[in-house]
Design a protein around this ligand. Structure first.
Ligand code: PLP
Length: 392
């Protein structure tokens, strides 16, 4: 594997974004340079660009075992989730209806549904999740009504890595004739994704070693969708706007890269993740692993370092050269307690002291060792300081 991505910092935030792989960069360069045409133009320059978009679509469709016209290119996962949720909820001639989801979704889904609730007359059932973050499937069965338009549940959570029981959820939705959208952003390239289970699914290239600002929505053939943007007939009249040709070409190359040796790579990442936890647990008695009993992504470790504050921890880690993330949303530089951990029913002090480490293809055992040492050093220093304040 190329080592162009190795730097002195220890990057343990692969769920936030991944480095661009060399294969994606190489696939993009011709379309940033020589082949600059607009894919909608009829002339030769346009046809070159169109061919790149078509090839990328064919390649992605083959990886996902779906039809090429079932993929709608977008600007990323936020747009895909918005289109999936708003577009499927809005396809009915009658306004309003009922939607089912969970409070552990990413804000791209959560806020789209809240918009439908506040502005479009929809009623929403928020399913309970267990203390380990798993959706209550019995409650799903009970909650479906004749006017239920959509169920939206993510495949894998970005903060905890928890993998939802999509086959069960899908079976319930199919039996009751309800559409299912799934945010598969964190699942792709890490676990196998089965699009036959869902009606729509959202993806973003930068989570699988592709460029930022590009993604796609899978929409099952034959299903209509209400566009959320207007201005052109692109993407079979489902998403207007000139395609980001270079990024789309890069995304297809990145997908191939992410899927290469997936199983072996996941085993390697699980060992690194577990080693980091062992080191933290040995040195920090107040550390608690979150969602530990749930099936989880191999690369994700969410820990609460009780008595300390996520924001302080992240700054201290950064000063030690370790890039991690809190499980929380950063809003203009400040960290708020994770809505995901709170929805799982964890106490506020556990949500406020959470840190997410997520490893990836370039993480090494040596980096994990150094990150473990950094956590120990920081916790000892912060604890001394916190108790000094407590005395004062
Ligand atoms: N859904 C999930 C699960 C995510 O992790 C993210 C990004 O963190 C998104 C949606 C939104 O992705 P983007 O910011 O690339 O639009």
């Amino acid at each position: 594997m190329s080592n162009t991505h190795q730097t002195t910092m220890i990057y343990l935030d692969y769920n936030a974004t991944t480095p661009l792989c060399d294969e994606a960069r190489a696939a993009m360069l011709p379309y940033l340079d020589k082949f600059f045409g607009n894919p909608s133009s009829v002339h030769a320059a346009g046809r070159e660009a169109r061919a790149a978009v078509d090839n990328a679509r064919d390649k992605l469709a083959a990886f996902l075992r779906v039809k090429p016209n079932e993929l709608i290119f977008t600007s990323g996962a936020t747009e895909s989730c918005n289109l999936g949720v708003l577009g499927l909820a809005g396809r009915h001639p009658r306004r309003g209806g009922h939607i089912i989801s969970t409070k552990t979704e990413h804000h791209a889904v959560l806020h789209s549904i809240e918009h439908l609730e506040k502005r479009e007359g929809f009623e929403v059932t928020w399913l309970k999740v267990s203390r380990d973050g798993i959706v209550d499937v019995d409650q799903l069965t009970e909650s479906i009504r004749p006017e239920t338009r959509l169920v939206s549940t993510m495949a894998a959570n970005n903060e905890t890595g928890v993998i939802q029981p999509l086959p069960e959820i899908s079976q319930i939705c199919r039996e009751r004739g309800v559409l299912l959208h799934s945010d598969m952003v964190q699942a792709f390239g890490k676990v196998s994704v089965d699009l036959s289970l869902v009606d729509a699914a959202s993806f973003a290239a930068h989570k699988f070693y592709g460029p930022k600002g590009v993604g796609f929505l899978f929409l099952r053939s034959g299903l209509s969708i209400q566009p959320i943007m207007f201005g052109g007939a692109h993407e079979n009249e489902r998403r207007p706007g000139t395609e980001n040709v270079a990024a789309i070409a890069g995304m297809a190359a990145a997908a191939e890269f992410a899927l290469r040796d997936r199983a072996a790579e996941q085993d390697r990442q699980a060992r690194l993740r577990d080693e980091l936890w062992t080191r933290i647990a040995e040195n920090v008695p107040d550390a608690k692993q979150n969602a530990v009993r749930a099936p989880r992504l191999a690369n994700t470790l969410n820990v609460s370092l009780l008595g300390l504050d996520s924001e302080m921890l992240l700054i201290a880690l950064d000063l030690e050269g370790v890039c991690a993330s809190s499980g929380s949303a950063c809003m203009v530089g400040s960290v708020v307690a994770s809505h995901v951990l709170l929805a799982m029913g964890l106490p506020i002090e556990r949500a406020r002291s959470a840190v997410r480490f997520s490893v990836g293809k370039w993480t090494t055992a040596e980096e994990i060792e150094r990150a473990g040492d950094a956590v120990q050093k920081i916790v000892e220093r912060l604890k001394t300081r916190t108790s000094a304040y407590a005395v004062a």
